[in-house]
Design a binder for this molecule. Structure first.
Ligand SMILES: NC(=O)c1ccc[n+]([C@@H]2O[C@H](COP(=O)([O-])OP(=O)(O)OC[C@H]3O[C@@H](n4cnc5c(N)ncnc54)[C@H](OP(=O)(O)O)[C@@H]3O)[C@@H](O)[C@H]2O)c1
Length: 504
């Protein structure tokens, strides 16, 4: 009653100071699903008592009229922040009464976004027109690997992408892609993709000059994903790949009429030896050679430095994504490559009948499913988000902020493999047994962890020396990426999914 009497005054009060009193969330206006999750966050920010189900009535759950006004204001400022122009009336509190569930409110708000896009180009929060062609062309290096195939799939599903140019080392890119994407349960509709055989180590990417200049004219964004994921190679052996980064800068700089940013897929291996766990690794260039422990990380570090320099000297913008551990898929199809360190550890554990009780420093590397990392990369690259070219710059940390406890996964592994895993032992005992198993040569398929013995040893030694996971600053990634904000930890169910896919 009192609220009703003073409703006009309250509305006026919020009007005069709305930006100070309500918090705008970053709305993902590029997809209706992403948008709905963020509207739920918005409702949650106002209705602090508990998380509402998407179909639950706000008022039945206890939202009061003051909160309805607050919610309408929060919606208005969030839409404005996302560059959507909305009349004040379109976001009045009566709108909340007319759309009293997350689903209904999201559908209503998304219709405002669509109407806005039909009327003109979007702007960013500061009212600046976004430098975004409605139908962008993206080039991706290596679409046939684990992460690359998801990057390709998700990019092609983006309605505002007209074409994806796939730079692969394979001569028969389309054929290989069809095989890889089929095995991962991804789409094989490549009608908007062009597959090209390139050699990044060669000037002009090994393409004929006519094709090179056509592409330099056509491409809007470059995502550089190709790299040998090899922890034994010295930095000198990565030289052709470092040269490839330089050649991609030339390619980007060639586009005279526009700015073509480069997203570089880097790794937390570039800051592996961060020595102050109490200080977060900042999201900025850290060209300190001693921070990268092995050739792989060093090669990414030197490449990042080339990109930083190119931004300064040639104005070619780049965003460098330091990625943590990419793990298997959330999806039912696909498979985490069984040659990698964790699948190999599981396979050899089944062979040895022993499972380690700890993964030492390896359990704490921000394990993120491949779909999640692909989504983060595309969000921070302005492919599935509305980031301007100016915003696609600097350093981003992409990893799962929710730490996976190995101890939480052991029971599901024991249950899945039953008597084939007889005992859980310390990591040192497991390494010892693995070492001894070499005297009975078996196929690498049955005991693949033998190849990575040194890698497991260094993890165990690192733990003894007190090495901890590198603490990464994430605020910027979280604000630029819806996926990072929502990422769930690796659950025992997900581990079971991978076991079913491996079929060890
Ligand atoms: N997996 C992780 O946990 C992780 C963590 C941090 C960063 N990263 C980075 O993520 C990116 C993708 O890795 P991924 O996990 O998807 O590994 P992946 O499945 O091994 O994919 C690597 C891709 O790079 C290509 N490649 C490998 N060696 C090459 C060479 N000598 N010349 C040209 N291309 C080559 C491969 O081409 P083919 O398909 O023709 O073999 C493949 O498509 C890499 O840049 C990697 O450094 C991965």
């Amino acid at each position: 009653m009192v609220e009703k009497l003073y409703a006009a005054d309250i509305e006026g009060f919020f009007d005069n100071s709305r930006d100070k009193l309500v918090i705008a969330v970053d709305l993902d206006v590029t997809s209706e699903t992403g948008f709905m999750h963020l509207v739920r966050d918005l409702v949650q920010s106002v209705f602090k008592i508990r998380q509402l189900d998407t179909e639950e009535d706000f008022f039945a759950a206890g939202l009061d009229s003051l909160q309805a006004i607050q919610l309408s204001r929060a919606l208005l400022v969030s839409l404005e922040k996302a560059g959507i122009k909305v009349s004040k009336e379109a976001a009045e509190s009566r709108v909340i009464y007319a759309h009293p569930t997350v689903t209904q409110l999201a559908a209503y708000a998304f219709s405002l976004v669509s109407a806005n896009h039909r009327q003109g180009s979007p702007t960013n929060g500061s009212g600046v027109m976004l430098d975004r062609r409605p139908y962008a062309v993206h080039s991706l290096t290596s679409t046939t690997g684990a992460l690359g195939s998801y990057l390709l799939d998700f990019t092609l599903k983006c309605s505002n992408v007209s074409k994806v140019i796939c730079f692969n080392r394979a001569v028969n890119g389309l054929e290989r892609q069809t095989v890889v994407s089929t095995s991962q349960g991804l789409s094989t509709d490549f009608s908007r993709a062009e597959f090209l055989h390139v050699n990044l180590a060669e000037p002009g990417l090994g393409l004929v000059p006519e094709v090179y200049s056509r592409l330099a004219d056509e491409v809007d964004r470059v995502i550089h994903n190709a790299w040998p994921v090899n922890f034994n190679m010295s930095v000198a052996s990565f030289e052709p790949h470092v040269r490839g980064v330089r050649h991609l800068v030339d390619f980007s700089a060639q586009a005279a009429r526009k700015t073509v940013p480069i997203t570089f897929i880097s790794t937390i291996g570039t800051i592996e030896k961060w020595t102050t766990p109490e200080v977060l690794v900042p999201k900025k260039a850290l060209p300190d050679w001693s921070l990268a422990a092995i050739g792989y990380g060093q090669s990414k570090l030197v490449s990042s430095t080339i990109l930083d320099h190119s931004t300064k000297v040639s104005g070619v913008p780049s965003v460098i994504v330091r990625i943590g551990q990419v793990v298997g898929p959330r999806g039912k199809k696909g498979k985490w490559n069984s040659q990698e360190w964790l699948p190999s550890l599981v396979r050899s554990s089944v062979y040895l009948g022993l499972l380690p009780d700890s993964l030492s420093t390896f359990s704490d590397m921000g394990w993120a499913p491949v779909e999640d990392i692909a989504n983060v990369v595309l969000e921070v690259s302005g492919v599935t988000s509305l980031w301007t070219v100016e915003e696609i710059t600097g350093y981003i940390h992409a990893f799962n902020p929710k730490v996976t406890e190995w101890s939480s996964l052991i029971p599901i592994l024991r249950e899945f493999y039953g008597e084939r895993i007889r005992e859980v032992v310390s990591l040192e005992e497991w390494i010892d047994a693995l070492d001894k198993s070499q005297v009975h040569p078996v196929g690498m398929d049955n005991n693949p962890a033998v190849k990575l013995l040194d890698t497991y040893r260094s993890a165990a030694e690192g733990a003894k020396m007190g090495f901890k996971a590198v603490p990464l600053a994430i605020t910027r990634t979280e604000s630029n990426s819806f996926t990072m904000r929502q990422m769930e930890e690796v659950s025992p169910q997900l581990m079971r999914n991978w076991c079913e896919q491996w079929q060890f």
